[in-house]
Design a protein around this ligand. Structure first.
Ligand SMILES: Cc1ncc(COP(=O)(O)O)c(C=O)c1O
Length: 407
């Protein structure tokens, strides 16, 4: 029998590169394999999905069978887009020019990132990102041909002087930033820093792409004003957001706030990648959102995750601090960023920790561009989203033992 067709010579470069499993995927898998305490995955805790409310909300979605046809509205269900607009308006997240026609519903914030990449990136162009940043975004931008360059960041996010230095030295297409409780570093840019970054972006006339899926998950104080609202009428900011962390990631519903100037382009790419998005699902989500008190839901999430953050921080103070391992204190989100002096290869250490001590973390280098991966050498990411305080205590104790043995 003839050999089946191999596709060996037809695969695109990116298809071959994407086949390399990401370090995040590897560590999540190894944590499961070794039955380890996993501090790896940046996803919400399944025990707090609003299952009963969703069952009720989805029970009525077939009442209007016209929603089973191809969706009529290019940008997604109007009711849901209006709900988002009102919510963002009452929370001061959008400037006056934003109406529901500027809201595009997407297949999670992931698709929003993909659409922006297709609309704004040409092969070879430079895109600035925070160093470190969300790995999937790096892959998406690279797939589109971007040369991603990391802007050095401190505890307050992107460092303005470094940002300007890079803008002076090259032509840049846009800046991508996760300003609140960043993935992976947990950092938040304070208002004054945002204003500085925005002023520099205006001086060099580049847009900002603000990815803000952790916006509502603040545990100490409200998140500072969005870049989108700060830019006001200037309209140089694109903003992506998501229901993944607020309702459930399997809903696959996110949104993008875009100025009129690029609506037709985004729409063209959206259509080419799967025509419409499921209006029937958007209706279920809308039914859910309009039947619950969203403020109460957010309050519940904040209370739940705050306990987990505090449990993790307490365990770290007890077990890692005496070893001289530094971590930051995130004011929201899911992540905490640590640095261990003297560990050159955190990837090798993470493998050691999961295999020998049964605790999974993500090595920091996973969140840098290929050229800059060495910058993440001694760093690691811990996710506390799914970890109760007792498990955090045990997990961090194991991690401390791993550091002691490995060093
Ligand atoms: C910063 C950031 N952007 C986007 C996403 C994608 O989220 P979604 O599930 O909405 O596609 C994530 C998910 O972890 C994220 O951390």
């Amino acid at each position: 029998m003839a050999e089946p067709f191999s596709f060996k010579y037809q695969l695109s470069t990116m298809a071959k590169e994407r086949l390399d499993p990401s370090e995040i995927g590897v560590m999540i898998k190894l944590s499961i394999e070794h039955k380890a305490i996993s501090l790896t995955a940046g996803e919400p805790s399944a025990d707090i999905y609003p299952v009963e409310e969703l069952k009720r909300a989805f029970g009525t979605i077939f009442e209007d069978p016209s929603l089973l046809a191809y969706a009529k509205e290019d940008f997604g269900l109007t009711e849901l887009r209006e709900w988002i607009t009102e919510r963002m308006r009452s929370d001061g997240m959008i400037p006056d020019w934003v109406t529901s026609r500027n809201i595009l519903l997407t297949n999670g914030a992931g698709e929003a990132i993909e659409l922006v990449a297709e609309t704004l990136i040409d092969p070879g162009c430079t895109v600035l990102v925070e160093a470190p940043t969300f790995t999937e975004t790096l892959l998406t931008f690279r797939k589109q041909g971007a040369n991603c360059v990391g802007v050095p960041a401190d505890d307050d996010g992107i460092i303005p002087e470094e940002f300007e230095k890079l803008l002076r030295s090259r032509s840049v297409r846009f800046l991508y930033t996760i300003p609140n409780f960043q993935n992976p570093s947990g950092r938040t840019s304070p208002l004054a820093r945002r204003k500085e970054i925005l002023a520099i972006a205006a001086k060099y006339d580049i847009p900002i792409f603000e990815d803000d899926p952790y916006h509502y998950l603040s545990y100490d104080e409200e998140a500072p004003a969005t870049y989108l609202s700060l830019a006001g009428d200037d309209r140089r900011v694109l903003h992506s957001n998501s229901f993944s962390k607020l309702v459930a990631p399997g809903m696959r519903c996110g949104w993008l706030v875009v100025p009129d100037a690029i609506i037709p382009h985004l729409n063209a790419f959206r259509i080419s990648a799967g025509l419409t998005r499921p209006a029937i699902l958007q209706l279920g989500l809308y039914n859910y959102l309009s039947s619950v008190d969203f403020g109460e839901r957010v309050g519940f999430l904040r209370d739940t995750y705050r306990v987990r953050r505090d449990g993790m921080v307490k365990a770290i103070e007890k077990h890692l601090k005496p070893l001289g391992i530094k971590t930051n204190y995130p004011k929201g989100g899911f992540f905490l960023w640590g640095e261990a002096q003297g560990i050159e290869d955190m990837t090798a250490f993470a493998r050691f920790a999961v295999e020998k001590k049964k605790v999974g973390i993500i090595p920091g280098s996973a969140f840098y561009t290929i050229d800059e991966a060495k910058n993440g050498r001694g760093a690691f990411r811990i996710s506390f989203a799914k970890v109760d305080p007792q498990t955090a205590e045990e997990g961090i104790k194991r991690l401390a033992e791993a550091f002691k043995e490995y060093r």
